[in-house]
Ligand binder design. Sequence first.
Ligand SMILES: N[C@@H](CCC(=O)N[C@@H](CS)C(=O)NCC(=O)O)C(=O)O
Length: 201
Amino acid sequence: MRIFYAAASPFVRKCLVVAHELGLNERVERVAASAHPVDRSAAIVAHNPLGKIPTLLLEDGTVLYDSRVICEYLNTLAHGALIPAEGPGRWQALVDQSLGDGIMDAAVLTRYELAVRPESLRWPEWSAAQLEKVRSALAQVEQRAAAFGSRLDIGTIALGCALGYLDLRFASLGWREQHPASARWFEQFDARASMRATRPQ
Ligand SMILES: N[C@@H](CCC(=O)N[C@@H](CS)C(=O)NCC(=O)O)C(=O)O
């Protein structure tokens, strides 16, 4: 199978971490792609009308998107347990995935606003509001991070990729200073082989 890929995309990274943790890494070929919200990539749109990455192409021609569907597919393929099938653990993992995805959404949109949108069209209040979402989500994570322990599921993977993206694009936020428990958890989670193998340079 082939995945449209950019090293900096936290959503792509989430899928690749899942693939790595499930032992599927070698089966996922990375196809470099430049998704852009305005200059849409014809190569991606040919498969995914939304023009977004990650997009996964299967051998039989099936196309899967977005990251949640791809992770679900990989977990099913490997008979994995990264998305618990039932019980309270399932809902906690899925909500934490939504929290991580939400941080990534807000951060990626802010990145587009600051790096893509022409300066004369920027709306500072909008960026500030997106970053406020990041802050309130981080505050929630901080309350529970000490209890994460060595938990490995789609929720902790999404949160790990979200924090990794903040390090990549929003280092100036200095999120660790206000969130010591999250920082301690992330330090050990980020040392996993799957996180090291997918870390953007
Ligand atoms: N909900 C999607 C979000 C994916 C997403 O926003 N990807 C970005 C790259 S990090 C993208 O493709 N942006 C291009 C665009 O917005 O058109 C997912 O979970 O896969």
